[in-house]
Ligand binder design. Structure first.
Ligand code: ZN
Length: 312
């Protein structure tokens, strides 16, 4: 992929009701569901992937919806906010849209020189829109509920709240190819060269605070490897940092390696390919039918019978 300069691949979050989640991210924020699958560790529940139209790495926010999940409370040692990149001239559009949709928001306020609007999803996860001139030239989904001129381009980045900030910054620089650029109070900005998903903010915490796992909590942040060779090279570096990565796991739309950072953040390395488009025949079929890995195909009928329907 021509724009591969590493960066964020996807971000995965625990949520409540799947329909509420779909309505919010597709109908209100204008993302596209690019893959509807199941949680491979709990195949009776969904794994939903939303992204910009093409489902490019750096744009996909994914959810494990558990309708009965308790409300989570964020703590230290985890990502606590997801930021989307939107065009610099779209502030008025988004203020009005959030207002019309009944979504309370804060800002715009300046952070690292850019206007940021903050709000929460139905499970209270912190979301941000970052109005960034760098997003102006990136394409959004043409058939979205938001006009393409204002639509979400992909991730701007994420914020990680952590006591072990130095170790985390070292990992982001050595393994994932980010570069420390600016500091503002207890925030450190790291950038990669990718078109979207290029920023990580490290929010230095003074002491450890236990959160509570549950809906609205970010499960992990995945970073890009252009192919399996680069993934293995990155995995070797993780080992050099004294950490314990998993082996490569085939997720069918990408290949994954997981590990916990010092301080406990769950990170993933994910390959750019084969991508969400690879599991459907036609581009327009992306996200339409339930995708199951081969080993779950024999159980399709049962799995479909227990999953709640998602209405468009
Ligand atoms: Zn993942």
């Amino acid at each position: 992929m021509s724009d591969h300069q590493k960066g964020i691949h996807h971000i995965t979050i625990l949520s409540g009701d799947a329909q509420v989640n779909y309505d919010f991210y597709v109908k209100k924020l204008g993302l596209r569901m690019v893959l509807k699958s199941v949680n491979q560790d709990d195949p009776g529940t969904y794994h939903l992937f939303y992204a910009n139209g093409a489902g490019k790495p750096g744009s996909s926010i994914t959810f494990f919806p558990w309708p009965m999940a308790h409300q989570g409370i964020p703590g230290t040692g985890e990502a606590v906010a997801v930021s989307f990149a939107v065009p610099s001239g779209s502030i008025d559009y988004w203020k009005k849209r959030l207002q019309d949709e009944g979504i309370e928001f804060g800002g715009p306020e300046k952070r690292f020189g850019l206007d940021v609007i903050t709000f929460r999803d139905p499970d209270k996860m912190m979301l941000e829109l970052v109005f960034d001139p760098a997003a102006d030239a990136v394409e959004a989904w043409k058939d979205a509920t938001v006009p393409a001129g204002h639509g979400i381009r992909g991730f701007w980045g994420t914020t990680i709240r952590i006591v072990e900030s130095e170790e985390t910054i070292a990992l982001l620089e050595d393994v994932f190819g980010f570069r420390k650029t600016e500091e503002e109070g207890n925030l450190t900005l790291l950038k990669s060269g990718s078109e979207i998903g290029h920023s990580v903010i490290i929010e230095k915490a003074e002491r450890h605070e236990h959160g509570k796992n549950g809906r609205g909590i970010i499960h992990h942040v995945a970073f890009r490897a252009k192919d399996e060779d680069e993934e293995l090279e990155m995995r070797r570096k993780v080992v050099e940092h004294g950490l314990q990565p998993t082996n490569v796991i085939d997720r069918h739309v990408f290949k994954s390696v997981y590990f916990r950072s010092p301080g406990g953040v769950l990170f993933e390395i994910a390959t750019d390919g084969p991508g969400y488009r690879s599991v459907v025949e036609r581009e327009e079929d992306m996200g339409k039918n339930l995708f199951l890995p081969e080993w779950l195909e024999p159980r399709r009928e049962y799995i479909e019978s227990i999953l709640p329907g998602i209405r468009d």
